[in-house]
Write a protein that binds this ligand. Structure first.
Ligand SMILES: [Zn+2]
Length: 328
């Protein structure tokens, strides 16, 4: 059998081709990403062998116990000791995965990035359509007066960071164990999943709620899994690629926008998060929810008028030049 020689190589190439094809024929892609999206940026994941849960915490507590609401309230000093050493990576930079997703969004195909990561790397790369399920270490707020602080403020303070206005404890705007996810984030994620014609699930073992359950809202089986290890969804998916997320995405998302893609962009209907507007205001959460909502809202707003404006401009121009001609 001649296929035996190059079996794995050719299979991998086939899969890359298939994924390219799937992306090509899709108009409404949703990306669901986990820690594996950021590992290539030097941020450890939680559950793999070298992950945070399996390495020394440097304290007498287990990492999984530290990242919890009650623990934070009772031992903010131990929490921050661990947090600053293990959970924040202010110097991490976007990798090939983040950059490929920016291209896919600009090509008008990617409508939502649902991420479990708290590292801000999608936004730093330039993505607009990001739904942060677990919050972001880049946003922090005073638990007493609500004043907001950036990551530098947290990193610069020794021990537990305190508010420079009222002295209250400042906490990261991330979802700890025992805490609920923001409703509108989950809503928006589900809405996007329901609308999508292709769902790419990458860099996640799919063991964390609610990410694992999003796929059940799909009305089709157009799921692609890109993950180093296998997941329970592998057999359900249309295509499964066991590889680095960044390398795969870099290969399948064209660097330049093709004519076909450009056409898809202009004809694309309402982007995903336009619905955020209606749900954003119903939030009952006390913290920085509005900031999140506006971030999601910006996406369609920024994209659509831009396209319209340029159209309007050209027609205005041509009509005015016509008027001029008529005058003369
Ligand atoms: Zn304060």
């Amino acid at each position: 059998m001649e296929t035996r020689i190059d079996r794995f190589g050719s299979v991998r190439e086939d899969k890359i081709k298939q994924l390219k094809q799937l992306i090509e024929e899709s108009k409404y892609i949703v990306f669901l990403g986990g820690a594996g999206v950021s590992t290539e940026s030097g941020i450890p994941d939680f559950r793999s062998g070298a992950g945070i849960y399996n390495t020394e915490s440097g304290t007498k507590y287990r990492p999984i116990d530290i990242i919890a609401h009650d623990f934070f309230i009772e031992h903010p000093d131990d929490f921050y000791d661990f947090y600053k050493r293990k959970l924040i990576y202010p110097d991490a930079r976007p990798n090939k995965a983040h950059k490929a997703l920016v291209r896919l969004e600009r090509q008008g195909k990617l409508k939502a990035i649902i991420t479990q990561n708290i590292d801000n790397l999608h936004q730093e790369a330039g993505s607009k359509c990001v739904i942060e399920l677990h919050g972001s270490v880049f946003r922090n707020y005073c638990m007493d007066c609500g004043k907001k602080f950036n990551i530098e403020y947290i990193a610069a303070q020794e021990g537990v960071p305190h508010c420079d206005k009222c002295g209250g404890i400042v906490r990261p705007d991330i979802v700890l164990y025992e805490e609920n996810l923001e409703h509108e984030n989950v809503d928006n994620a589900i809405k996007a999943v329901k609308k999508c014609d292709l769902m790419i699930i990458a860099g996640t073992s799919l063991t964390v709620y609610p990410a694992a359950t999003f796929a059940q809202f799909l009305k089709h089986d157009r799921i692609v899994i890109i993950n180093k290890s296998s997941t329970y969804m592998d057999l359900k998916a249309l295509l499964t690629i066991h590889d680095n997320v960044g390398e795969v995405l870099d290969k399948v998302v064209p660097k330049r926008i093709s004519r076909k893609n450009a056409a898809a962009k202009t004809t694309a209907k309402k982007p995903a998060a336009s619905k955020t507007k209606t749900t954003a205001k119903t939030t009952t959460a006390k913290k920085a929810a509005p900031a999140k909502a506006t971030e999601a809202e910006k996406k369609p707003a920024a994209k659509k008028p831009a396209a319209k404006k340029s159209g309007a401009k050209t027609t205005a121009k041509s009509s005015s030049s016509k008027a001029k001609k008529d005058e003369s």
